[in-house]
Design a protein around this ligand. Structure first.
Ligand code: FMN
Length: 213
């Protein structure tokens, strides 16, 4: 019987083959889109990451605020390439996009800012236009086709009349990438990380297990 992705195989660790490990454990990239490295989003994301690691997955966390990510120039030069990131800008976005291509799952984590993504996450999403190939053609594709994406958003308000636009945008973005949505979560009525109790931590653990399943 094959193990599911979130069950470690019942074998002594040393006996796994490299290809077997690759098959059951994912390479995961997390993108923290808040400037507050110990804020609400970071705290919740940290619990998710710890759970994913405890399940055996390889997790690389990227704190976008410390990276140089320019705005998309809208020059369409990237569209001259179909097999690589054709963006002409030379900043940290290129390396991050490369990591997203190589990962099986990317988790976008953003505070809700004015009904949308934070500027850090939005800048990277705009630059991910360079991953889309054969744009507006019948063979439209992307370098992250069939890769999993998940979205975590924290906000001060409730979901109603507040958080829906960011999740609608994310659905469309994934469709544009031809990716797979692994999950989405809005953590509402956030105050401070100190107020985040074990109930909220359990939510993070549950979410981690869902998106890694
Ligand atoms: C500029 C700004 C805009 C915000 N806009 C919203 C909003 O539209 N809806 C909402 O629920 N909360 C909004 N908030 C509250 C944050 O989303 C919330 O406090 C979030 O959990 C902060 O995450 P962090 O601690 O990771 O930075 C806003 C906060 C700031 C600073």
């Amino acid at each position: 019987m094959r193990e599911t992705k979130n069950q470690k195989p019942d074998l002594p660790y040393g006996s796994y083959t490299e290809s077997y490990i690759k098959e059951i454990f994912m390479k995961i990239i997390t993108l923290l889109g808040s400037a507050r490295s110990k804020g609400n989003t970071a705290t919740f994301l940290d619990w998710i990451e710890k759970e994913l690691k405890s399940l055996g997955h390889e997790v690389e966390s990227i704190y976008l605020n410390s990276k140089k990510i320019n705005s998309c120039l809208g020059c369409f030069k990237c569209k001259e390439h179909t097999e690589k990131i054709g963006c002409i800008q030379n900043d940290d976005a290129i390396e991050i996009l490369g990591k997203i291509i190589n990962a099986e799952l990317t988790i976008f984590a953003s505070p809700l800012y004015f009904w949308g993504f934070s500027a850090q996450i939005k800048a990277l999403i705009d630059r991910s236009f360079s991953l889309v190939t054969n744009y507006h053609q019948p063979n439209h594709a992307s370098l992250i086709e069939n890769k999993k994406q998940a979205l975590l958003v924290t906000g001060g308000g409730a979901y109603e009349n507040n958080a829906e636009p960011v999740f609608t945008a994310f659905d469309r973005i994934i469709k544009f990438y031809k990716g797979i949505k692994a999950g989405e979560l809005f953590l509402d009525k956030c105050t401070t990380p100190q107020e985040m109790d074990t109930k909220i931590k359990d939510k993070a653990i549950k979410f981690a297990r869902k998106i890694a399943g």
